[in-house]
Design a protein around this ligand. Structure first.
Ligand SMILES: C[S@@+](CC[C@H](N)C(=O)[O-])C[C@H]1O[C@@H](n2cnc3c(N)ncnc32)[C@H](O)[C@@H]1O
Length: 239
């Protein structure tokens, strides 16, 4: 899907996301403003922000996938759900792609986190980023915020780094994701109460749990090097 622009040896993964061999950029939806100290650079008169994959599991997965990285992105202008929004690093780049300046793409990014401190930062970010909807809430308690997503969606990302994260992901996908929709689960081995035989056995077990719960696992992406002891499962809802 990506369009090659060989002159710079870059690939456009979407209208906004540009991949170089070792770097990732998004067109800045809030020109001249960095979010977390990242560099800003003009390419052919358009300002991009550097997306640091060592601070973003979505960014790391885009760099590490062996498949087409564009498949990890939601459709620009769609509505998506992000559970475990954190301080907004990944969220800001996702917003660049999904919404763009003044939400010209008409996207909607519902970003849930249970930490009030994260919510303060996300709320600050949302002031200049229409389409970003920060929610102070628990990923497990759909009743409290599910009303924000009256229709099923095609893309859901989860990075809550807490015990039971696989069950939380399965429940959220069943409630919010369309059949065929893409779910991305960032899994931190250390967050699971696991008494089995090491990390790779844990990831195998998670993969078979996902498969027996009605998902096709398209890829298990190792984030090592950017986020050690993490993998990202890219799945599609089948049932
Ligand atoms: C690793 S951080 C997320 C980083 C973020 N995804 C990024 O790439 O920029 C995990 C976040 O999940 C949040 N979290 C943990 N359990 C949660 C839950 N049950 N519901 C919502 N958020 C949760 C934490 O407050 C924390 O901000």
């Amino acid at each position: 899907m990506g369009k090659n622009t060989n002159r710079r040896r870059t690939t456009m993964l979407s209208w906004s996301v540009m991949k170089e061999s070792r770097a990732l950029w998004t067109i800045n939806a809030v020109p001249r403003t960095a979010v977390y100290g990242e560099s800003l650079r003009n390419f052919s008169g358009t300002e991009f922000r550097r997306w640091d994959p060592s601070r973003s599991k979505l960014g790391a997965a885009i760099m590490r996938t062996k498949d087409d990285p564009a498949l990890l992105l939601p459709e620009a202008g769609s509505t998506v759900l992000y559970l475990g929004a954190g301080h907004g690093t990944s969220i800001s780049h996702l917003h660049d792609h999904l919404c763009g300046i003044d939400n010209q793409q008409r996207g909607r990014l519902v970003a849930v986190d249970l930490a009030p401190r994260c919510l303060r930062e996300l709320t600050h970010l949302a002031k200049n980023r229409p389409g970003l909807v920060p929610v102070l809430g628990d990923a497990r308690k759909h009743a409290a915020w599910g009303v924000l997503l009256p229709r099923k969606i095609n893309w859901l990302f989860q990075d809550v780094a807490q015990a039971g994260q696989v069950d939380i992901f399965i429940a959220a996908c069943r409630r919010f994701l369309n059949k065929g929709g893409v779910g991305l689960l960032s899994l931190k081995a250390a967050s699971e109460r696991w008494t089995g035989e090491g990390e790779s056995a844990l990831f195998d077990k998670v993969e078979s749990t996902l498969e027996s719960s009605g998902f096709v696992v398209d890829e298990r992406i190792e984030l090592t090097g950017y986020e050690d002891n993490h993998v990202l499962f890219a799945v599609r809802m089948m049932e």
